[in-house]
Design a protein around this ligand. Sequence first.
Ligand SMILES: Cc1cc2nc3c(=O)[nH]c(=O)nc-3n(C[C@H](O)[C@H](O)[C@H](O)COP(=O)(O)OP(=O)(O)OC[C@H]3O[C@@H](n4cnc5c(N)ncnc54)[C@H](O)[C@@H]3O)c2cc1C
Length: 444
Amino acid sequence: MQVSRLPFDPGPAGWASIVARGPTYPKLENDITVDFAVVGAGFAGLSAARRLRQLEPKSKIAIFEAREICEGSSGRNSGFMIDLPHNLGSKDYVGQIEIDRQQTALNREAIQFAQEAAEEYHLTEETFSIAGKINAAATKTGLKHNSDYAAHLSKLNEPCEILDAKQMYEICGSRYYLGGLATPGNGLIKPGLYVRGIAKGISQSDVQIYEKSPILSLKKFGNAWKLKTPEGAVEAKIVVLAVNGHIESFGFFRHRLMHIYLYASITRQLTSDEIKTLSGEPAWGFTPADSLGSTVRRISGAGGDRIVMRNGISWAPNRTVPISRLERARRSHVRSFKRRFPNLAKVNMEYSWGGLLCLSRNAVPVFGELDTGLHSACCQNGLGTVQGTLHGKLVAEFICGHRSSSVDHVLKLAKPVKLPPEPFCTIGAEVVTRWGEFKAGRER
Ligand SMILES: Cc1cc2nc3c(=O)[nH]c(=O)nc-3n(C[C@H](O)[C@H](O)[C@H](O)COP(=O)(O)OP(=O)(O)OC[C@H]3O[C@@H](n4cnc5c(N)ncnc54)[C@H](O)[C@@H]3O)c2cc1C
C-alpha cells in the first residue's frame, strides 16, 4: 500500500527549538534487513523500540521517522504525563469509577516505564520528574469542576489537595486564579529534552534510528514486509506502526479516527527583572479545570525562564490545517497570557505551533496485529504522552509473547467505531467545540 499523506504540522516544534539539538541520525540511503522495523519516533515508537530491545537483546531493530526526532507531536505537547482520569469528553475529566481505576493503573505503568528510562539514560530532573500538577480554576464554574473532580478522586482513593487563590498566587505569581486542585502523581517532562534523551539512550543500546526517512509504502513480501523510503528500502519480519493518527494514511481505520489540532505558544526568555516582577515558583504546571481552558506552564533551566500557553482546538479530518488557524490560536495565546500576567504584557511569544492528536469516538486505541507481522500502537486519544508510552511498551510485549493483564486488557478493547459522514462530522464537532470554548470563558 502507498502511504497517502506524510506528516506536516504548522509552526516549529517549540520544545525542540528552545534547547540544543543533540545527536542527529542518518537518513536511510540503502537497502537493509532488520528483525523489527518501527515506524514513527514519538512516545509510542521509542517505547516500542526500547521494550523490544529489553525483550529481544540480540535482535536488529530500526526506527524510521519521517521528520527529525521531536518534530512531531512528541515535541509539540505540553509535557503532562497524567496518571489520573483525564476524560476529555467530560467537562471535569471524570468517567466511570471502574474504568477510571483501570486506566489510572495503566497510566502509572507507562509513567513508571518512562521513569525507568529516564533513570537508565541519566536524564535530568528537569527533563522528567514526578512533579504533580494543578487543575487551575479561574471561575466559579472551574472551582465547581475541581470540587466534583476531588469528590471523584476520593471515591478512587486518590489523594488531592484543594488550593485557594492565595496559594495559587504564591505558586504562579498571578492573581488570576480563584483556586486549584493539586494531585501528586503526574509526570512532567520537558519534551525537547525527554524525547531526544530517550532516542539517544535507545540508539546507544544498538537500535538504529533513521530521521528524515518517511515510509512511503508498505508491502507484504513472502512472510516479511518491505517498506520504502525516498532513498532506501527495509525488509522486516515484524513492523510496528507507531504513527498515531497517520495510521489512516497507511489505509487503516478510515472514517473511524478523529484528528484534532491543538495549539501552543512559548514566550521568549524572561529577563531577570521580569522574573522578579513575576514572582512565584520557577517551575510549575497547570492544566485547566475546564477541559477547554488554557494549559499553562512556567519553565526554567535549559531553554531559559519562559511561560508556555496552550489553548485552541481545530478538527482536521485530513490531518492538515490552514496556517491562518495557527495565527488565530497565537492571538488567543497572547490574550490568555496577558490576562494572567498583565505585568508581563510586553513579553512576546517566541514560538507558536500546532500539533495533532488522534481520538476515537469510543476512546479506544488502534492496538495489536493488523495483519501477520504488522502491528499497531496508534490512536492515543487525549493522553498521548502516557498512552503512547503504554501502547508502545505493550505492543512490544505482545509481539514477544510476553503476556500480562495489561496486554490482555488492551487486546480485549473494542475497535474504533465509525464516525458520522463528512462534512457533518467535522461541522458538528467544530460547533460543539466553539460553544464549549465560549462557555469556558475566563478558563481560556
Ligand atoms: C499542543 C499539544 C499539547 C499536548 N499536550 C499533551 C499533554 O500535556 N499530555 C499528553 O499526554 N498529551 C499531550 N498532547 C498529545 C501528545 O503529544 C500526542 O498524543 C502524542 O505525541 C502521541 O504520541 P505517538 O507516539 O503516538 O505519536 P507522535 O508523537 O505523533 O509520533 C508519531 C511519529 O510518526 C511519524 N510519522 C508519521 N507518518 C510517518 C511515516 N509515513 N513514516 C515515518 N514516520 C511517520 C511522525 O512524524 C511522528 O513523529 C498534546 C499535543 C499537542 C499538539
